[in-house]
Write a protein that binds this ligand. Sequence first.
Ligand code: UD1
Length: 417
Amino acid sequence: MDKLTITGGKRLKGTVEISGSKNAALPIMAASILAPGEHHLENIPHLKDVSTMGRLLANLGAGFHIEKNRAILDCTKISRFEAPYDLVSTMRASVLTLGPLVARLGKAKVSLPGGCAIGARPIDLHLMGLEKMGATITLESGYVIAKAKRLKGASVYFDIPTVTGTENIMMAAVLAEGKTLIENAAREPEVVDLADALKSMGARITGAGESVIEVEGVNGLRPLRHVVIPDRIETGTFMVAAGITGGDITIRKCNLQHLDAVVNKLKDTGIRIRPLSGGVRVTGPERLRAVNAKTMPYPGFPTDMQAQFMAMMCIAEGTSVLSESIFENRFMHVAELRRLGADITIEGSTATVQGIQKLRGATLMATDLRASASLIVAALAAAGETTIRRIYHLDRGYERIEQKLVQIGADIRRDKE
Ligand code: UD1
């Protein structure tokens, strides 16, 4: 397993380019199941999760080939309908094959994702949606088995606006008979990007990005051609890295329109954010100001930025209150940040961070993807050396992160343990 060693205190300076969005790439790869032929996807990030999805599709009978940042998926033959436990257990997003498999083959067998580091994360809403569309759902030895000769359009209301649930039902609905309404749908940019990719296949979808999505089923689709949107969470993470180090960086190939809530909060902390053509310039202040934040579904402040924002608040002037309203148990970075000297108390889903002057390097353990990113950000500002162990989560979601950070002046090294 790899570890990172970071010597903090360097002001980040220079230019960094953002990769394609992981959370947009994964559902769009799954969408390729829906149509026979050769699918072309551009701006695909090189990530562990992307290769896991590729393996999953290959396991179903598809051809998968990735060259530079272009993926070619040949889904002429989808001969199997199972997403096995070993793949689903390493990547929860494997569940995104459920909707497309039922739509294309009339059946799907997908391992239940089970618990994960950041909470229980059930898929009951995905299953409820498919049932509404006429699928029969059974649970057998840890697997969900969904069957339907042809799915039928239905009205699907989500109690909680689930991102992958919305994506699964949207993918199921494009080949269903008749019209599907998805109400209280997730509005995340990744949902919109998936809808755009599906439309490139001939799907009829309106309302993606709003809370009601309407899908008119069609009889067949053509292969997709699509360029994946930039990763908004990677963009936000680099903004935080600039802010916490008092740095001055230019971020290219990003889309600021997807980051309104984050940009607003970062500005409140004293970070200067100036849009440029094709990018943004981010300059950290002498001392950050404490700011409160509460995670909410899009367009609210993203839960995937909570840990990185908290790292920054550890050395801000004043006290900040950070509430996590999407996932229970998403404060696992707190114990590690405390090892750097941070003053954080937790009560239920709220963390109170009392800003201190300086964090000090220590040995840390990464727990999940965004927690790993928050520890890196904190280490960049900590005095002395920090070692972050078990960083495999990082490779699931950040393309070449340490190389990108070195390029803008960070002192960071990867070693085998
Ligand atoms: C997606 C993102 C993840 C992000 C999360 C919230 C991908 C691959 N992952 O995860 O990075 O942190 O959105 O923005 O896009 N829920 C249920 N029942 C369900 C489904 C969800 O109760 O059937 C609950 C969850 O436990 C959670 C909330 O709904 O409390 C939102 O979760 P959801 O939007 O589904 O997250 P994911 O799609 O898994």
